[in-house]
Design a protein. Structure first.
Length: 135
C-alpha cells in the first residue's frame, strides 16, 4: 500500500502516515466525565446510533456504556436485480470505575446523539454510625 502514493508528491509521506493511522486507529466514543459536589455527569457522543442500540450498566462501581450500529444499503436495477448491496457494522464499549454511587438513582437521557448520565454520589452522612466495642 505504501507504494500507491508517490513519495515525491508534496505531502505524500504525511498523507500516507495520516491515512494509515486513521485506518488502524481504534474507534471509540468520545466521553466527558464531570464531578460535582453531590453527583457526576457523564456525556458520551454516539452520533448515528439509535437509542434501542445503547446499553448502560453499573455493576461493582463500574459504569459500562455499549453501543452498536448496523447499516445496510442496496442498489437495484429496474428489474430488481442487485447491482450492489453493502453492509457494515460497528460496536463501541467504554467502562469507567466510579466508586460510591447511589445505583438506584442513576438517570440516563439520549438526545441529539449524546447520551447523558447523572450519577448521584452515595450519601453516607445520613447513615447512623456504629460504636465498635474493643475486647
Amino acid at each position: 500500500m505504501a507504494n500507491l502514493i508517490p513519495r515525491d508528491l508534496p505531502g505524500g509521506e504525511e498523507l500516507l502516515g495520516k491515512l494509515m493511522n486513521s485506518f488502524w486507529q481504534e474507534r471509540q466514543m468520545n466521553t466527558d466525565i464531570k464531578e460535582y459536589e453531590d453527583h457526576y455527569v457523564v456525556k458520551a457522543d454516539l452520533p448515528g446510533i439509535k437509542k434501542e442500540n445503547i446499553r448502560v450498566s453499573f455493576v461493582n462501581d463500574t459504569l459500562t456504556i455499549s453501543a452498536s450500529q448496523i447499516e445496510e444499503s442496496e442498489e437495484k436495477d429496474d428489474l430488481g436485480h442487485y447491482l450492489r448491496k453493502e453492509r457494515s457494522s460497528s460496536a463501541y464499549q467504554r467502562a469507567f470505575t466510579i466508586p460510591d454511587i447511589d445505583e438506584e438513582a442513576i438517570k440516563a437521557r439520549f438526545e441529539d446523539g449524546v447520551l447523558s448520565l447523572n450519577l448521584p454520589k452515595a450519601s453516607y452522612k445520613d447513615a447512623p454510625g456504629k460504636h465498635i466495642p474493643i475486647e
